[in-house]
Design a protein around this ligand. Structure first.
Ligand code: ZN
Ligand code: ZN
Length: 624
């Protein structure tokens, strides 16, 4: 039924925890400490010899989130003839522990005593093997299942499907799923669906989802997570709307997935809708939901809302802090980001790689050279974190733009990893700003060699030549670029209005209100000219790597989006635009003037940061 194509190992590393969204437990689980108290009472009451009671005590430990291993084992060792129920519970404790392999050792030791396992034994054993990624052990246990005549057991089959997928053997999972049509239930379908999603096989997941005889909240949240995982964000949002329209149940995992989709796309209205759904259904503000909301608001331009949520959150983990530190950084709020980092350390959290990406990018976006140097040193020397490409990227950007081009070169020379083209391109940008023509030329040629299909590199190099008036070289590089038929990254901008997402590319004429948009562009042109604006022609050159060079400046995608924003949103309301590439100098200037003459706050999320245009200035201080 499903034609499975094996995929390279590297893409199969997704943790099962990100896929499995079980419903909230209906049983009230006791903590291990509560169980210990019950144990004390049992001893005091003289019932410690009651094997049944003690086996239930083991069950209680197995159900707790982190069963105490030695304690569980000591209870088990007191059984003279442990029942299969007691053994199963100890296997379950081991399966949850840091050494799940001990489940398998226990199983083989009870087999030697000729005890007979039952279907639950195998279910827990496969859980242990999934955790330990014990493919060989699991396959042997699969053979035992057949020998004991339990191959048709539904619970075992479901556990097997999950086990093979956890060990990156999707083809085996599919085989188990297809083997027995009679022993399938909703869990079987959901587990198989999760296997496809985990493996990134969204086509197969869709096929299976369509074939499912019935679906529950887990089926829906799994397929939505699958879309988000592979970047089909619009599809994820659409499915969520279907769920709502059909009046189906929503779970927290689903909310977290769609929040991530809205955040990545920068769609505030969608994100707000998810937030209101969470509120109306009275979802508790868990760490994961709260953190997703903070991330969504930050990525959709509402950093104030993120800060508010953060301070009201009952429980935060280090991820919550990291999300806000990075959010503040993208909004150019360096001081606040660094202060938050300070509190993060004072609270006793250990910074991770991503924490320093936030900290260093805060410094880089605000041009805080001294601080950047300090935190880079702190990261490597105090916290022993090996810098990654992103960290170097922040530092090279920071040093390069501030004019410390040689220091940036030294840093690159000392790198343990091979610098990627993005890093060289960052340095090339710095050479361009500060007129390091010779170095720029060298890097430009290196980049063209490394990444010959990237049009932007040719453009940068030709700009460097243009700056030093080497026009023949400019023409040569341009010709090379055309000959090689390079692919320019397609620039787009989007804006949400009236519950719809409007996406524009440069020079777009497809929009149904294009005539009105064009008129608005003319009005904008006249009014900003009255305010003293004259176009920055160098941006035509500067920008052609970003947006089609044939398109004149005034039709860059964000201008079309802003024009639509002025047309359709009420006077005085903020206009929010998301753009995939960096804003060009000219559009930046124009946005500032529009914010003043039309008295509109404009928030643009570009490829690297946020720009809040208000009253003729931008929050980035023209440093981007
Ligand atoms: Zn532009
Ligand atoms: Zn700006």
């Amino acid at each position: 039924m499903f034609s499975y194509k094996p995929k390279p190992q590297s893409v199969l590393s997704l943790s099962s925890k990100t896929i499995y969204h079980s419903s909230p437990p209906t049983t009230i689980f006791r903590s291990a400490n509560q169980t210990k108290q019950s144990h004390a009472r049992i001893i005091v009451s003289g019932l410690a010899g009651d094997a049944k009671l003690m086996a239930h005590l083991l069950l209680s430990l197995a159900l707790s989130s982190a069963p105490p291993l030695q304690y569980s084992l000591s209870i088990y060792q007191n059984f003279k003839y442990p029942s299969v129920f007691a053994t199963n519970n100890l296997i379950r404790c081991f399966a949850k522990s840091d050494s799940p392999c001990r489940s398998v050792f226990l199983y083989s030791s009870v087999l030697r005593k000729h005890a007979k396992p039952n279907n639950h034994t195998f279910t827990f054993l496969f859980q242990a093997c999934s955790e330990a990624l014990g493919m060989e052990e699991g396959a042997q246990i699969h053979a035992h299942v057949v020998k004991f005549g339990l191959a048709d057991d539904l619970f075992i089959r479901n556990a097997l499907i999950n086990f093979y997928s956890a060990c990156s053997r999707l083809e085996c999972s599919v085989k188990v799923f297809e083997e027995s049509l009679s022993s399938r239930d909703l869990v079987t379908w959901n587990t198989t669906l999760a296997c496809f999603v985990r493996d990134g096989q969204i086509g197969l997941a869709e096929e299976l989802f369509d074939e499912m005889p019935e679906r529950d909240v887990i089926s829906w949240s799994t397929i939505i997570a699958g879309y988000v995982q592979i970047g089909h964000l619009e599809q994820a949002l659409k499915l969520f709307r279907d769920v709502r329209e059909k009046g189906l149940r929503v779970n927290e995992a689903m909310l977290v997935s769609v929040l991530s989709a809205a955040a990545q796309l920068g769609l505030l209205e969608h994100g707000k809708l998810v937030h209101s759904v969470a509120k109306s259904l009275k979802f508790p503000m868990t760490t994961s939901l709260g953190t997703s909301l903070i991330d969504m608001y930050a990525k959709c331009g509402c950093i104030e809302q993120s800060k508010l949520l953060f301070s009201n959150m009952p429980q935060k983990d280090s991820w919550t802090w990291n999300v806000l530190i990075c959010g503040l950084a993208t909004h150019g709020l360096a001081k606040e980001a660094l202060a938050l980092f300070g509190s993060f350390i004072n609270e006793g959290f250990a910074p991770a790689t991503v924490t320093f990406i936030g900290v260093l990018s805060a410094c880089s976006r605000a041009g805080l050279v001294e601080k950047g140097r300090h935190y880079f040193k702190l990261m490597t020397e105090n916290y022993g974190i090996e810098p990654e490409m992103e960290h170097y990227g922040c530092m090279v950007d920071l040093l390069g733009r501030a004019g410390f081009v040689n220091e940036a070169v030294e840093l690159i020379d000392k790198m343990q990893v091979t610098p990627d083209p993005v890093l060289w391109a960052t340095l090339l940008g710095a050479c361009k700003i500060h007129g390091y023509a010779e170095l720029g030329e060298k890097i430009g040629h290196k980049l063209i060699k490394l990444d010959p299909s990237h049009g932007g590199h040719y453009v940068q190099l030709s700009t460097i030549y243009a700056k030093v008036n080497k026009w023949e070289e400019v023409i040569r590089v341009r010709r090379l670029m055309i000959e090689r038929n390079t692919n320019k990254a397609a620039g787009w901008s989007l804006i949400e209005a009236h519950g719809r997402v409007h996406k524009f590319v440069a020079g777009d004429r497809e929009h149904e209100r294009f005539m009105e948009i064009r008129k608005m562009l003319e009005t904008i042109g006249t009014r900003i000219a009255e305010a003293g604006y004259s176009p920055n022609i160098s941006s035509v050159l500067h920008d052609i790597g970003d947006e089609e060079k044939e398109i004149v400046l005034k039709e860059h995608s964000e201008r079309l989006a802003i024009a639509l924003g002025l047309l359709v949103t009420p006077d005085g309301e903020c206009i929010r635009v998301v753009k995939n590439l960096r804003v060009c100098e000219d559009c930046h200037e124009v946005s500032k003037i529009i914010s003043k003459v039309f008295v509109r706050e404009i928030i643009v999320r570009d490829g690297s940061r946020f720009h809040h245009f208000k009253d003729g200035t931008c929050s980035c201080g023209d440093f981007w």
